[in-house]
Design a protein around this ligand. Structure first.
Ligand code: TXA
Ligand code: MG
Length: 325
């Protein structure tokens, strides 16, 4: 296993070589770190599922370095997709459209659609260009756990199992991409780095039915993005439970009485809060706490993605289910 500097062209060449010969590489994007393989190599993609312990029914996002490359993946680029790509790519917006037959079934979990995005991160773009193939990549964490926003998180989560980790520092957006289905009426499958309000400015109304167990977007599984430490949302006026070591994930202002407090954004800026979310949760999770209480944030802009992750992290689950993930 090697951690290489993402800004070193020689490191990019080495990592791209790993991808070309069917291996797996962890790399930074503007949202979270990804665990990537050649999207057209089914065996390489199978390795991603193995390393993450991810169920095969959960499809992957394919990353491109040039909007033109979608032609190798989608049957057709409709006018809505075209407009959204012009406005938001490169960036944290993933679009789901009918796939070409050449895209291996393992990438899409057998679905007739494939999710694609062009990341806005120089290291990710350099890697995909140098590998000369679209790169299928989920977030670089064990399935169901907190997403990684630093190379250190990747190392802690997947450790020696990854051949190469490209280190690009902190991910500036900090929450995963927005996933939007365009194989019919536009449907929000996962809130993320591009606020849905901005998408609606470009293509009009988007369906936002985010019920937790839609099988078509297992990122929508009820419990996901979870710390090991139990987490729940702090209720208004709630007393801190006695006799437990309790940590607080605060939005703007720290509070007394907690063993450990992480503040997301002292100025109340939702973008800053999103950028710090997973890092703050990773720190709370390694602080030896019995419980993490999380304050709610306003559900607008990036707040929708933050609350989605916090709700999923807080879903109670029995032990057998927890072991599965
Ligand atoms: O920001 C991101 O999107 C990061 C970085 C690495 O790009 N990737 C990421 O991948 O979050 P992952 O695998 O953790 O989440 C992918 C989400 C899942 O919720 C999955 O179910 C959904 O995208 N998805 C992928 N392909 C799909 C498809 N064909 N139809 C519906 N949902 C799909
Ligand atoms: Mg993930």
């Amino acid at each position: 296993m090697a951690i290489l500097r993402g800004d070193d062209p020689e490191a990019i060449r080495r990592a791209a070589e790993v991808i070309r010969r069917g291996g797996v590489v962890a790399f930074p994007t503007e949202t979270v770190y990804g665990l990537g393989a050649d999207a057209f190599n089914a065996r390489a993609v199978a390795l991603i599922f193995e390393l993450k312990g991810r169920p095969r029914f959960d499809p992957l996002i394919v990353h491109v370095a040039d909007p033109e490359d979608v032609k190798r993946l989608w049957q057709e680029v409709d006018s809505r997709a075209r407009k959204l790509m012009e406005r938001f790519w490169p960036g944290p917006l993933t679009l789901v459209l009918p796939k070409r037959a050449e895209v291996p079934d393992i990438v899409t979990a057998g679905l007739g659609t494939v999710a694609v995005r062009m990341p806005a991160h120089p290291v990710a773009l350099a890697l995909i260009r140098e590998a000369e193939t679209p790169v299928a990549a989920p977030s670089a964490n064990p399935f169901g756990r907190l997403s990684p926003t630093t190379a250190e998180h990747v190392l802690q989560g997947l450790g020696e199992r990854v051949e190469v980790i490209l280190d690009g520092g902190r991910c500036p957006v900090g929450v995963e991409s927005t996933v939007l289905a365009l194989d019919g009426e536009p449907r929000l499958l996962r809130p993320g780095g591009v606020p849905v309000e901005q998408i609606e400015e470009v293509i009009g109304p988007v369906k936002k039915d985010l019920r937790p167990t839609r099988p078509e977007a297992p990122g929508g599984l009820p419990r996901h993005y979870s710390p090991r430490t139990p987490l729940r949302l702090l209720q208004r006026g709630e007393e801190i439970p006695r006799g437990l070591k309790v940590g607080l994930l605060a939005f703007k202002t720290p509070r007394e009485g907690f063993v450990r407090v992480e503040v997301l954004s002292p100025s109340g800026d939702l973008r800053e809060a999103a950028a710090r979310l997973f890092e703050a949760l990773h720190r709370l999770d390694s602080a030896g706490l019995d419980l993490i209480l999380a304050e709610s944030v306003p559900e607008e802009g990036l707040g929708l993605a933050i609350m989605d992750r916090l709700r999923r992290a807080s879903q109670a689950v029995d032990k057998s289910q927890r072991r599965e993930r």
